[in-house]
Design a binder for this molecule. Structure first.
Ligand SMILES: [Mg+2]
Length: 349
């Protein structure tokens, strides 16, 4: 489906490990004041002064987390950085550095790694983080990519998953479900392509969904928006596994219950039309589909007026006493227990 734009193939063996690392990292610039030295010594040296440091790591395995038949390498590199930055943002911290580790089989030429690195460098530039280290090695089969992200915050700025109170409001940024539906569209087109490789897919009706899947963005803007509104979330998490799963994380770790309102869940119009085309329920996708990388957080009830008209945020429910449980209130006003996962979570009850 993705045409080979790299007819030139330089074998990695020609460069050797040190030559490869030098080749991929030579144009890296250092911008963060907390980076004293980056790539080039045995270890990077960082100085966060009196800030707290947050660290998050993610491991992506070909065939498990990504499929290179529809995920261009540049997008993969970009997304791998974004998902880690998102975890830093979910702590209400500011991302500052990343390290990048890659294992590839000999099926990948140098040009493929250059393309991957282009995406990594683009994300680093857009999110203003320094690439300060990593490792490159060979694998028996396929590609494995691991990114570690670091960030900084003042101690009183950090937001954990366990701070939600029993009367807090539940808020989500952006919209949810689209990245999952984008994946379904890409999977379908892959099947069509396998049957007839000459079939050029027309994906115009799916552009938003596909972009949400292939080129997600982290909400590194939310920290500043909330600061300007003088709102500090009581608990926060990013939506990587799906809305219901993240709500349950906050509830369990905070010792509270929750009522989530189906009619309030923000979805894009394209999600509604494409779920109709696929004949699946859009709320099921919105609450179970993952990889949106939006932020889900709770705020004190008295902060309601400060955020109610802000276009970045939607209030989708409220927290309750733990004994009341975790529920979805449907449009028909029935109360369904929220399940962490499972496609049939809603139809079971
Ligand atoms: Mg997370």
């Amino acid at each position: 489906m993705i045409e080979d734009k790299n007819p030139q193939r330089t074998s990695l063996a020609q460069l050797g490990e040190f030559g490869l690392i030098e080749h991929l990292t030579r144009s890296i610039e250092i911008k963060q004041p907390s980076t004293l030295t980056g790539v080039g010594d045995d270890a990077a040296v960082l100085d966060f002064k009196d800030k707290k440091v947050v660290v998050s790591t993610d491991l992506l395995v070909e065939g498990v987390h990504f499929d290179l038949s529809y995920m261009p390498l540049k997008h993969l590199g970009y997304k791998a950085v974004v998902v880690n930055i998102s975890d830093i943002c979910a702590m209400n911290a500011r991302p500052t550095q990343i390290t990048v580790s890659i294992a590839v089989s000999n099926r990948f030429p140098l040009e493929a790694l250059e393309e991957l690195y282009e995406g990594i460098k683009l994300a680093a530039k857009i999110y203003n983080v320094d690439i300060v280290g990593g490792d490159t090695t060979s694998s028996q089969k396929g590609m494995i990519l691991s990114i570690t992200a670091l960030g900084e915050a003042n101690a009183d700025e950090l937001v954990y998953r366990n701070g939600a109170g029993a009367t807090d409001l539940l808020v989500v940024t952006g919209d949810v479900g689209s990245a999952y539906m984008g994946l379904q569209v890409l999977e379908r087109e892959k099947q069509v392509f396998q049957v007839n490789p000459n079939n050029q897919p027309d994906l115009d009706a799916y552009t938003y969904l596909i972009e949400r899947q292939l080129k997600p963005e982290a909400r590194n803007d939310v920290k500043g928006i909330l600061e300007a509104l003088e709102v500090k979330p009581t608990a926060m998490i990013d939506v990587s596994d799906g809305l219901s799963s993240e709500i349950i994380h906050i509830c369990k770790q905070s010792g509270v219950g929750c009522n989530l309102y189906e009619e309030k869940i923000p979805v894009d119009p394209q999600l509604i039309s494409v779920t109709e085309e696929f004949n699946i329920d859009n709320t099921t996708v919105a609450i179970n589909g993952g990889e949106d990388y939006e932020l889900l957080f709770t705020i004190k009830m008295e902060d309601f007026d400060k955020i109610k008209h802000n276009p970045n945020f939607t209030i989708i429910g409220y927290m309750t006493q733990e004994s009341e449980g975790i529920h979805l209130i449907t449009r028909a006003n029935t109360k369904i227990p929220l399940k962490a996962r499972g496609w049939n979570a809603m139809s079971e009850e």
